[in-house]
Design a binder for this molecule. Sequence first.
Ligand code: ZN
Length: 501
Amino acid sequence: MIKLRRIVDDVSERQHNGSGLRRRDTHLLRTIIIKRLSLVAFFAAMSATAATHEYVVTVAEDLGQIQVVARFGAAVTDVSARSRSAGEFLISAHDCNRDNTLPIAPRLVIPNSGLRCLAYRVDLEKAASLDRRYYQSDAKSLIVRIPLWMWRPRLGGADEVIVSFELPDGVNVSVPWQPLADREDSFRLTSSPQSGSAIAIFGEFAAETVRVADADLRIVSVPSRANPISAEVIDWTRKTAELVALAYGRFPNRYARVLLLPVANRRSESAVQFGRVVRDGGNTIELMVDPSKPEESFLNDWTATHEFSHLMLPYIDRDERWISEGFAQYYQNILLARAGRYTQQFAWQKLNNGLVRGRESAPDLSPNEAAGGEERNTRMKVYWSGAALALLADVELRRRSAGEESLDYVLGRFQSCCLPSPRTWTGMELFEKFDALIDEPLFVDLYQRHADAAGFPEFRPVLDKLGVVVAGQDVRLADDAELGEIRDSLTARRYTGESGK
Ligand SMILES: [Zn+2]
């Protein structure tokens, strides 16, 4: 069973509850907003030249407040913070070119004539205290969601914000944005999917940049007196991230950030209690880990591999998240087998079990209905219908091309052209792009056959040909299978850097 605590997610858009809107209303509202914003972004990209906005963020010694001075590349009228709660933490705001105070209640009001320079102060500690999950009043660092303090214009295609932090001695900052090579504590924020969940950390914390395949991964450990993150856990994080390179030889994102959030949970054996990817101004993989768990628990974990696997795809519209979740489910098992953390047999057992449960889940719904609708108990459908589709595509690509093409090959080419992506993709767009990267189309056909059809992609004949034989609950691998070589190319061990289980 997947434990509820170990919810795995790929977050770019998060609703703020408590507005009085029912879920269906917010869903509809979100759809309308996304469509409007796409149009706005489209026209902005067509009409405007790129703007560079310069932000200087000065952090108070006690981390209580920040002062932000924003100089805009062009006059702006649409400055917002993307969180309904942000106004509560705004202490003051003024137009720094005219020295006019700007109204801030109930929200920041920008004059119709536009603004070239905005200075504002935020109660950082109060904003941090909103998230009980992260907040420790005695800690020497503050974890604050960026939409609670970052007031900025919407970014068109080539717009950017250069943010420089002025920090007291001993205070560091971590944000998901791209660090500037030539300026310390300065970052570049460009257009991206948006999330209410993007996190900044201020204060004392450990951070290191490690080389993962050909990428720089920033690993940030949130400090905890009771449960400090050890060097072994950081090393496990690096090695687990590196498993993703077993797909096509590279890490999918050159500047990703991992946040290790220490927790203690004696009632669970899992080393990783929760994981998710947050896409906003950069990709952050958040892992809530229990550093007190033995090494064995970390090596048995699949949550982190699942989250890292998400980075091989761009952010896909939440209503079609069966694609992103399914590809991550498929790859977490494939990669853990290639790494030797799973035996081949164990990987196919996990895939078979998941696919069977996916087939039994919400059989009357299509994957799109299961992912986008209000019905409950669709989780297995959402997580495994995309995995079935990934398996069918992968085996067919390998079969018809005699191993020249594969899902690894498609995703590698996709990474070269399109990752990290500044925007949200639809499933159809993604599969059209995949088809453009291979000899003969395959993906759009699979999408059209399954995305809006009830039932579940038929996976059993493919498993039979691969020699994945099911007897009762158990899976056995046959020696003489028609597609046995393909099975081995999918899950045979490729990596000898660590011992298997
Ligand atoms: Zn996921």
